[in-house]
Design a protein around this ligand. Structure first.
Ligand code: URA
Length: 244
C-alpha cells in the first residue's frame, strides 16, 4: 500500500515535469479531485450562527423527507434526523436507525446507544453535549445494512449535514459511515484510530474512524481497540482546547 502511494506521487511529479499521461486508476486511490480541484479549501472556520444552522437543518430535514423511491423510507415509520447540540464541535456519524430509533425518532437510543453513552462517558463526554446523526435517516428493513446505492444517495445529505454543523472533530462509527465519507475501498481495521483530514464541501474536517458500538456488542474482544481510539479522540479534544 505504501509502495502504491509512493508510485502515485511519483506519477504526479512526472506529470508536472514531463507531461506524462496519468494513470487515473492509481490516482483514484488518493482521490485526485481533491488535489487538482482549483477552488481553495477554507481552513479557517467561522462558526455559523445558531439561527442560521437551525434553518439550514430544517431545510435539510425537509429535503430528506421529500425523498422518493426509497426502500428505507417506505418501510420505516418515521425519519430519524439527529440528536444533540447543534453547536457542538464534535459530530458522530453512525449507520442507520434500528427498531427503537425508528419508534422514537432519535438516533442511538437502543442497546448500541447505551453502549455509545458509556463510551463517551469514559472519556468525559456527556452525550447531549455533542451532535449525533446517521448515514441513512430511515430504518433499513429488518435492520439490514444499507446498500451501496443507498449509502451514496444519503451521503449527499450527510455531507450537507456535516457542513451545517461544521464540527472540529468528526467521528465515523462503523463501516457504513466510513464508506459514506471515505469511499468503499477501505477496511475499518486498517483505517481506525488514525486522524485524517477529510474535505467536504470545500472545508477540511479532522476525522477519525472507529468501531460501531453495535459491532462491539457482537464482538466484545474488540473493545480494547475501541478504547485506544477513544483515548486518541480525548487527547485531540484536549490539544485543540475544545470545551464540551
Ligand atoms: N445504530 C446506528 O448506527 N444508529 C443508530 O441510531 C442506532 C444504532
Amino acid at each position: 500500500y505504501k509502495f502504491l502511494i509512493a508510485y502515485v506521487y511519483s506519477m504526479i511529479k512526472k506529470d508536472i515535469n514531463q507531461n506524462d499521461i496519468l494513470n487515473s486508476e492509481l490516482l483514484n486511490i488518493i482521490d485526485y479531485n481533491y488535489i487538482f480541484d482549483e477552488k481553495p479549501i477554507k481552513r479557517i472556520k467561522t462558526k455559523p450562527t445558531l439561527e442560521n444552522s437551525k434553518s439550514r437543518l430544517e431545510a435539510l430535514k425537509n429535503k430528506i423527507e421529500a425523498i422518493e423511491n426509497c426502500d428505507l423510507k417506505k418501510n420505516a415509520s418515521k425519519i430519524v434526523f439527529a440528536d444533540g447540540n447543534i453547536q457542538s464541535s464534535i459530530m458522530i456519524i453512525g449507520e442507520g436507525p434500528g427498531q427503537k430509533e425508528d419508534e422514537l425518532g432519535k438516533p442511538f437510543v437502543g442497546d448500541a446507544g447505551n453502549l455509545l453513552n458509556k463510551m463517551l462517558k469514559a472519556i468525559n463526554i456527556e452525550r447531549d453535549k455533542i451532535y449525533i446523526t446517521n448515514v441513512v435517516n430511515y430504518r433499513p428493513p429488518n435492520n439490514r445494512k444499507p446498500k451501496p446505492n443507498e449509502i451514496n444517495r444519503y451521503a449527499e445529505f450527510l455531507k450537507e449535514h456535516i457542513s451545517i454543523i461544521d464540527p472540529k472533530i468528526l467521528i465515523l462509527m462503523g463501516s457504513t459511515a466510513m464508506e459514506a465519507i471515505l469511499g468503499s475501498n477501505k477496511r475499518i481495521s486498517k483505517e481506525r484510530g488514525i486522524w485524517k483530514e477529510v474535505i467536504i464541501k470545500k472545508k477540511s474536517y479532522k476525522t477519525i474512524v472507529t468501531f460501531h458500538p453495535a459491532y462491539l456488542l457482537r464482538k466484545p474482544d474488540q473493545k480494547k481497540f475501541s478504547w485506544e481510539d477513544l483515548k486518541i479522540i480525548r487527547k485531540e479534544i484536549d490539544q485543540l482546547n475544545i470545551v464540551i
